[in-house]
Design a binder for this molecule. Structure first.
Ligand SMILES: *Cc1c(COP(=O)(O)O)cnc(C)c1O
Length: 399
């Protein structure tokens, strides 16, 4: 009998009942705007910021409208301007080069390794081209952050971290987003907490945070934020920082707070699913597992494997055969961007030179989401299906 998987790869869990109750309360109050507060009230958005600052250990946290907005705000807050070059990953998603383009800066793409992290040799080679690195921890893979920081420190490069896939992750115990000057996160439905849309920006730097708060559209109500820097810092920036509205609202914040409280439990649940799929795939001929470094505390909300040096037709065949059995795989190497996939050469507004070593890896990356609505049995079944179909195509090719 041929097994068919019937679950949905895009179905997330419901919002916790506590979050629904808190959201109803906000709606009943009518005070959805974060600065619309009753006397003495600390709104849901401000409470969320305090809780996220405490969770990450950052001095300051700002909740905003999206992850992409957080990244663009980070670039503006450190003064990246038109025409300036910004180093970033060749293997990432469209909002990353998009954030750079939104300030009319120019991405300089850095290659990817077989571990799916930024290629630190390529970064070192390109370090003299820019003073800013927008580092994307794409699909939750953390580079050797110690070496990365050494390279950037030596070259005078400011690091902004895109932690859309690493909320809850860490490198040698340091929470992801705390190594750079600024960490950015997304609360969009497919990330680790879900308010439909949303983003965080964290930093220890008072002036960067004061600018970010002004940029986000605080008018002169910044004192109502959850973790505002001291007044004298705002005095320095408030007349010269434009308002580029992108605030978080109390409704979404209410939905997020209980999710943040149980984030670590959720991460453990993702990792149990990840390890089940990983074990099921290990040893499949022609398929390479992406090994996770010991220093990395990852969050397995998605899994990747490599069909390295396979032909386009064979990879497309694997994807089609798995899909016919209910297993939705994403192929990052596909020439045309589809759904959420895309390659650096798909972003035609940004100039790029061919990177053959990176192209070879991108071409072989196969990606799959692991929503928490999957049981461990589901994950074992998914792995059996992939193993069988990769095996069938591999054998046909060999035979
Ligand atoms: C989702 C995502 C973002 C931010 O996305 P928004 O949709 O703007 O919240 C940034 N980087 C990566 C790699 C992402 O996947």
């Amino acid at each position: 009998m041929t097994e068919i998987f019937t679950g949905s790869f895009t179905q997330q869990e419901p919002i916790p009942e506590e979050g629904i109750a808190a959201a109803l309360e906000v709606m009943r109050s009518g005070r959805l705007h974060r600065y619309n507060l009753a006397p003495g009230e600390v709104g849901e958005a401000a409470l969320l910021e305090r809780e996220f600052a405490a969770y990450t250990g950052a001095r300051y946290a700002l909740a905003v409208a999206s992850g992409g907005y957080a990244m663009a705000t980070a670039l503006r807050a450190i003064g990246v301007g038109p025409g300036e070059k910004v180093l970033t990953n060749a293997f990432t998603l469209a909002p990353v080069p998009g954030a750079i383009a939104s300030v009319n800066a120019v991405p300089v793409f850095v290659g990817v390794t077989e571990g799916l992290t930024i290629d630190l040799d390529d970064l070192a080679a390109k370090a003299d081209q820019s003073s800013v690195l927008m580092l994307s921890h794409m699909r939750g893979h953390l580079a050797d952050m110690d070496r990365l920081l050494q390279i950037c420190k030596a070259a005078g490069i400011t690091v902004i971290e895109d932690c859309a896939h690493t909320m809850g992750a860490a490198w040698r115990g340091r929470p992801s987003g705390r190594d750079g000057l600024i960490g950015c996160y997304s609360m969009q439905t497919y990330k680790h907490v879900n308010s439909g849309e949303g983003g965080f920006l964290i930093t220890d730097d008072a002036e960067v945070m004061a600018r970010a708060i002004m940029l986000s559209g605080s008018y002169m109500l910044y004192g109502r934020n959850g973790t505002p820097p001291p007044e004298e810092v705002f005095e320095r920036v408030k007349y010269v920082t434009p308002n580029v509205s992108g605030r978080m609202d109390n409704l979404r914040a209410a939905i997020l707070r209980p999710q943040l409280a149980r984030l670590d439990t959720q991460c453990a649940a993702w990792n149990a699913r990840y390890r089940t799929v990983e074990e099921g795939l290990r040893g499949t001929p022609g398929l390479r597992i992406v090994e996770r470094p010991e220093e990395e505390t990852y969050v397995g909300s998605s899994i990747q494997f490599l069909l390295l040096d396979w032909g386009d037709d064979a990879i497309a065949d694997v994807i089609a055969r798995c899909l016919a059995r209910g297993v939705e795989l994403k192929w990052f190497g596909g020439a045309e961007p589809t759904g959420f996939t895309s390659r650096y050469d798909s972003w035609r507004y940004a100039p790029s030179e061919r990177m053959p070593a990176t192209d070879r890896i991108l071409k072989g990356i196969v990606d799959m989401r692991l929503p928490l609505t999957f049981s461990l049995d589901d994950c074992a079944q998914i792995a059996r299906i992939i193993r069988a179909e990769v095996g069938a195509v591999w054998q046909a090719r060999a035979g």
